[in-house]
Design a protein. Structure first.
Length: 149
């Protein structure tokens, strides 16, 4: 299988990855703004959209992975970590040395895949604190960009 990552993330690719519709919790103005800034990465497997990553840079100095999503049925083939590595390469090029990410908190053993918590721990992210946000408890993580390269 051939996975390719580039900056050509489009709304059509997002619709495909979400299986027909971008969820309403990612409103148009959010997507438009990140695409305009060039803060989106698209993963394609054998030429077809298979996952994406959207980041932002808090305060202009702290990169944060906002959304990482692998299309249903494409999980477990390294697409998620390939997207994360591509984001790390962008951060290095922008002279940042640490990446922040997050996922829903909870016991990984008690959750079924897909599970962002075990993904981060498996790939060497260190736990920061959790925050109680409107949608629930969110676990934050950090990693040195170099560890992902
Ligand atoms: C979490 C997610 C990004 C992982 O992407 P992926 O391409 O399946 O992950 P990779 O193949 O790069 O890494 C595999 C590791 O991630 C974890 N993992 C998480 N979800 C998984 C899934 N559905 N299938 C396989 N592995 C998964 C496991 O630790 C796995 O390691 P293992 O095979 O030794 O058990 C993906 O499943 C997804 O989009 N989930 C829904 C959205 C989400 O939870 N995003 C993360 C919060 S930002």
């Amino acid at each position: 299988m051939n996975v390719q990552i580039d900056n050509n993330l489009t709304k059509d690719a997002l619709i495909d990855i979400y299986g027909g519709k971008i969820p309403s919790y990612h409103p148009d103005y959010f997507i438009d703004s990140r695409l305009k800034d060039g803060f989106g990465l698209l993963a394609e497997m054998d030429g077809k959209p298979a996952g994406f990553l959207i980041y932002t840079i808090w305060w202009g100095n702290c990169p944060f992975i906002e959304v990482l999503k692998v299309k249903e049925g494409f999980e477990g083939h390294g697409i998620g970590i390939s997207l994360m590595r591509a984001a790390a390469r962008e951060m290095k090029a922008k002279n940042f040395d640490t990446l922040i990410s997050s996922s829903e908190a909870g016991d990984p053993e008690g959750k079924k895949y897909p599970d962002g918590m075990s993904f981060h721990l498996k790939h060497g992210f260190e736990k920061l604190n959790t925050l109680h946000l409107p949608h629930g408890e969110e676990q934050f993580f950090s990693i040195e960009v170099e560890k992902l390269l």
